[in-house]
Design a protein around this ligand. Structure first.
Ligand code: TRP
Length: 334
């Protein structure tokens, strides 16, 4: 049986919040249940080097992100779960691909282009503050995907261009050296939940409006109390479709609970009661993962063993593929 491979890279940057969970982690974990796909989930710590330059912090965030995924149900026996920096084969492929990458293509990559545009507007040199890690980012990301012949890459919209670059590079390589790489498809989950933050805008670190995923129960309750509401009084009918609290409730409640809550909104439930209900469903879903997370982060050695085990398995695939690639390119001597 030929299972398709689904790959995703998780950058270890910052505290995970409930918006990340509902919008990215939960949908990605669904692939674990599928018998059509083999999931490859890795921690993109090499990519994170571009923004995280404090060694201690990078180490901490790497362990925490691994613990987060494990606590939420990522089962390392149903998937390959590894850390990018433990797969040296990636960096050999990265270099080989770099030689097939037109510089002009990288000039148009959105993260670099956005920085150039900003510099230009500010009257700075176009490449001010640009390092080669940022410039080459899409090449390394292509290596991540192509080395494992991934078929599907679930990502946010902003990453679609990177997948196209990976497809381009795969095609260029295949044309030059013969059919070697599968052509990956980007995948954007359609009905993905975009959760509002405390101020009602999209929950995002940059808006400073997040509910950290593993907040202790009391803290979680306190934060939910801060979520913005309108000034309607208890007993006044409320519109669920414009209420941030309702969106949060919906992301964690069961279908019949959501229906009931809609009814309560129409009948004029008070905001205090809505907040209690939001806390209840969120806390219900997060209590066990929170405990597991705390338990795991207190045992970094266990996390490290899981990651090393994943890397060993991933490298078996990577090594074999790299031999084939080096053979094609003429890097094997005989
Ligand atoms: N660039 C992705 C992000 O910022 C992370 C990433 C790195 C990735 N390598 C990848 C995602 C390979 C999918 C496949 O979110």
């Amino acid at each position: 049986m030929c299972m398709k491979k689904v790959i995703t890279g998780i950058k270890p940057t910052g505290t995970i919040h409930v918006g990340n969970y509902a919008g990215a982690i939960k949908p990605a974990l669904q692939f674990l249940e599928s018998d059509e796909y083999t999931p490859l989930y890795f921690i993109a710590n090499m990519h994170a080097l571009n923004t995280v330059t404090d060694a201690e912090l990078l180490r901490k965030q790497t362990l925490e992100i691994a613990a987060t995924w494990l606590a939420l149900g990522l089962n390392p026996t149903q998937s390959l779960f590894y850390c990018q920096s433990d797969i040296p084969e990636l960096f050999e492929l990265n270099w080989i691909l770099a030689n097939l990458t037109p510089k002009g293509l990288m000039n148009r990559a959105h993260a670099y282009k956005a920085l150039v545009d900003k510099n230009t507007t500010m009257g700075l040199h176009r490449d001010d503050g640009v390092n080669m890690g940022l410039f080459n980012y899409p090449i390394l990301m292509s290596a991540d995907i192509l080395l494992f012949d991934a078929d599907l890459v679930p990502v946010g919209k902003d990453q679609i261009q990177h997948i196209e670059i990976a497809r381009d590079l795969a095609q260029t390589f295949n044309q030059k050296y013969g059919e070697t790489f599968a052509s990956p498809e980007g995948y954007i989950e359609k009905d993905v939940a975009i959760l509002p933050g405390l101020d009602g805008r999209k929950m995002s670190k940059s808006y400073n409006n997040v509910i950290p995923l593993f907040s202790e129960a009391a803290q979680l309750n306190k934060l939910i109390k801060q979520v913005k509401t309108d000034s309607s009084l208890p007993h006044e009918a409320k519109d669920p479709n414009t209420s941030p609290l309702f969106t949060l409730y919906q992301a964690f409640a069961k279908d019949d609970e959501v229906l009931n809550m809609r009814e309560h909104f129409r009948n004029g439930i008070g905001w205090g009661a809505v907040k209690d209900a939001v806390f209840e469903v969120m806390n219900r879903e997060l209590t066990i993962p929170r405990e597991q997370f705390q338990n795991l982060v207190s045992k970094p050695k266990e996390i490290e063993d899981i990651l090393q085990d994943g890397a060993t398995k991933a490298r078996m695939i990577a090594k074999e593929k790299l031999i084939q690639i080096k053979e094609r390119v003429g890097l094997l001597h005989i």
